[in-house]
Design a binder for this molecule. Structure first.
Ligand SMILES: [Zn+2]
Length: 358
């Protein structure tokens, strides 16, 4: 690469033709890397991080949600490849009551596979201070609402921006039907960087939940940032497919037209990984990564993962009876337990079908 770049005839005396010829030669010399690059895939999933309460009045939260969701639906008309995820049933509930037409349009997009419901908790809450009952209600209300309005409970606790996590969460989330703990906050450490992108987090009672480090939120289609993230992900997990969450965030916003145009351009580049939008109808990405869905299994030609038996990562009864028993008995190298905060929370088992005894 350094040699190739060194052959560029940087403009001297304004000789544009000579400069362009050197670029063409550079492009040709790099073509051999295209198949290697294209083995990698970056899956985009539009997102718009929106704290319900932060630096603005609550009325502005509803307003930002409305504008964000309208914008996503309008863009999906022009860019059918765009898929989107949102996490807060509380916002959907407000839309249902106050903007019913918009809410119905979202329901249709969920059904059509354009929106993912990663909404296992009522909001993206603080998870250090609230007591156990509050956490259980977060999960119960979130899952019950998703089941009633979108026909599905969420497989993921989407917590990209939460500052700290109770040690009881693996147990509570699992009992609420949630299989994945997803955050990008563990990366917010300039002293002890969290080393794993895919891991098992074991709680106080021994329950383990699969943890996923999300890519940064509030990001653009920035090829250098995306490539760097994809490299980090692959170095940590040895999986050649990763997620990217384009979309203005922290105050709503979501993907922009400019981002989507850039995504289309980079998808055509021979010098960039395969770039797609994640189909929301597919099983959750981590199911994909863990090889739980046969049609989407990793290609056999890809390097063998350090995770000898990825299924053994999952504590949720997914162990394949045909898998090698020696491998299954060996803890995968990516499996680590870690604790961030401890909270004493009684054990609950949630039942969506019954009303909560308020
Ligand atoms: Zn936030």
């Amino acid at each position: 690469m350094v040699d190739a770049l060194g052959r560029i005839a940087w403009p001297q005396g304004g000789d544009r033709a000579q400069f362009n010829q050197s670029l063409t030669r550079l492009r040709e010399s790099l073509q051999e890397f295209t198949p290697w690059l294209k083995q990698r895939t970056i899956h985009c999933l539009g997102h718009a991080h929106l704290d319900l309460a932060w630096l603005w009045p609550i009325a502005e939260t509803w307003d930002a949600a409305q504008r964000t969701f309208e914008s996503v639906l309008a863009l999906q008309a022009d860019f059918p490849e765009l898929t989107f995820t949102h996490s807060s049933p509380a916002l959907f509930h407000w839309l249902e009551a106050h903007r019913p037409e918009l809410f119905q349009a979202i329901q249709r997009q969920v059904k059509a596979g354009g929106w993912a419901i990663d909404a296992g908790l009522w909001v993206e809450p603080d998870l250090n201070l609230p007591g156990g009952e509050a956490l259980v209600r977060q999960i119960l209300y979130g899952q019950r609402y998703c089941a009633e309005k979108f026909g599905q409970v969420s497989a993921v606790a989407w917590l990209p921006d939460t500052f700290g996590f109770s040690w009881q969460l693996p147990q509570l989330l699992t009992q609420g039907g949630i299989r994945y703990f997803a955050t990008q906050k563990l990366g917010w450490n300039d002293t002890n960087p969290f080393p794993h992108h895919l891991f098992a987090w074991q709680g106080l009672d021994g329950t383990a939940i699969t943890g996923v480090t999300l890519p940064p939120i509030g990001t653009d289609i920035e090829p250098v940032d995306m490539a760097q993230y994809a490299c980090q992900w692959e170095a940590s997990t040895e999986w050649q497919e990763c997620l990217w969450l384009p979309g203005v965030g922290d105050h709503g916003g979501g993907p922009t037209r400019n981002m989507l145009l850039k995504a289309r351009r980079w998808a055509k580049s021979p010098f960039f990984p395969t770039l797609t939008f994640w189909p929301c109808r597919a099983p959750y990405l981590t199911d994909y990564w863990l090889g739980q869905n046969p049609p989407l299994r990793m290609k056999a030609s890809q390097p063998k993962s350090k995770i000898q038996n990825p299924k053994s990562l999952s504590p949720f009864g997914t162990t394949n009876s045909t898998s090698n028993s020696t491998e299954a008995a060996t803890p995968p190298t990516a499996t680590r337990s870690f604790t961030i905060a401890a909270a004493k929370t009684p054990c609950f088992r949630l039942n969506y079908g019954r009303p909560w005894p308020c």
